[in-house]
Design a protein around this ligand. Structure first.
Ligand SMILES: NC(=O)c1ccc[n+]([C@@H]2O[C@H](COP(=O)([O-])OP(=O)(O)OC[C@H]3O[C@@H](n4cnc5c(N)ncnc54)[C@H](O)[C@@H]3O)[C@@H](O)[C@H]2O)c1
Length: 335
């Protein structure tokens, strides 16, 4: 069975490729390599690699592929705010075009990497898939608009599904430290303090990046009827945390680090808790491998093993926004 993973050189894709290969799938990876040279550890190569902008993928390319796992994107809110049009072009228009071409080419499953960011800000105890969404950023709007457009393409030969992932954390060969858990732990290890930008009260659902990759594999292997045109939150009910809880847990690993609440309130005012009951109902055999504490412990040991330094913390290598800004400043064809 042939599986195309877009964004296979990203933080989550770097877990997905080896998981799929270990199960015997023929894996094609496509990535335009926006973060070339940012690898933390060597990546597992797919069976076949394309280096294309996803907007250049053709119907011909997609013939013979059984499942497209579409992860390639401008992958967070601050990057989306930097240049909203690029986010709409790639994340929404590029994704809708890829889904259309996949359907034409006879791809039967199209798994889209959506995000719990679309819940925005909510006082509801737990957001479910059927609740109204409040996308606060270009990134979140691009995800919800793609869900709607691709959902309308579903038919008996084409089964899209939408994985609304919680905020990822944890070790990956393609590490990012612009995600809250990885950032706070990196800050403690590298600088000796835990700098929380808010007052620590916002809620976030968190999930290990490898568990997101495992969920994609579970959606590939689930009966078609179970996942056909489903929108599903990916994470665990016990894994909703306030940012201050994350800071306190970081302090367990680095007891000498003080927690500093800087109180800067940026444009990103996301604050929501999410229910993962529907995932448990649809795929009862799928269980998360990680709790926050287990994932943090693994990453803590990795930081130590690599001698993660203040220079690493301040460099561009692990911060997508900084690398992207550099590309955008280039005169011709930044992305
Ligand atoms: N990391 C998270 O917390 C999180 C949470 C929810 C959803 N998601 C979604 O999961 C997906 C993967 O996230 P990630 O953390 O691995 O992101 P990432 O930034 O690490 O990886 C994205 C990859 O996509 C590639 N890419 C970007 N634009 C492209 C284009 N036009 N053509 C081809 N390749 C392109 C990049 O080169 C990069 O390797 C994204 O769709 C993201 O929105 C991520």
């Amino acid at each position: 069975m042939k599986v195309l993973v877009t964004g296979h050189k990203g933080y989550i894709g770097a877990h997905l490729v080896p998981l799929l290969k270990a199960k015997g799938y023929f894996v094609i990876g496509n990535d335009v390599d926006l973060f070339e040279g940012c690898e933390w550890e060597p990546l597992t190569p797919p069976d076949l690699e394309w280096k294309k902008d996803l907007r250049q993928i053709t119907e011909e390319d997609l013939r013979g592929i059984d499942c497209v796992m579409h992860l390639a994107a401008i992958s967070n809110d601050p990057m989306g705010d930097l240049n909203p049009q690029i986010t709409y072009d790639i994340n929404r228009d590029g994704s809708i075009q890829l889904a259309k071409l996949s359907k034409k080419a006879g791809v039967s499953r199209f798994l889209f990497s959506s995000s719990c960011s679309i819940y925005g800000k909510s006082d509801k105890p737990y957001m479910t898939e059927s609740d109204p969404t409040i996308p606060l950023t270009a990134y979140a709007i691009s995800k919800i608009e793609t869900e709607k457009a691709v959902s309308a393409m579903a038919d008996e030969h084409f089964s899209p599904a939408f994985l609304r992932n919680a905020t990822a954390y944890g070790h990956s060969t393609m590490l990012r430290i612009d995600l809250v858990v990885n950032n706070l732990l990196a800050c403690a290890v590298a600088r000796g303090d835990i700098r929380i930008m808010s007052d620590g009260s916002p809620w976030r659902p968190l999930v290990h990046c490898k568990d997101i990759a495992r969920a994609f594999v579970a959606f590939l292997e689930a009966p078609r009827a179970a996942i056909h045109n489903q929108i599903v939150n990916i994470g665990g009910n016990q894994e909703n945390f306030q940012v201050r809880d994350v800071g306190n847990l970081v302090q367990k690993f680095v007891p000498t680090a003080n927690i500093v609440y800087t109180g800067e309130v940026g444009a990103d005012s996301r604050d929501y808790k999410v229910s993962f009951d529907y995932l448990n109902q649809l795929l009862p055999h799928f269980q998360l491998e990680y709790t926050l504490e287990k994932g943090m412990q693994e990453l803590f040991f990795k930081y130590k093993e690599h001698g993660f330094s203040q220079h690493d913390f301040e460099s561009d290598q692990f911060v997508r926004l900084r690398t992207l800004k550099k590309r955008l400043s280039r005169v011709e064809n930044p992305i």
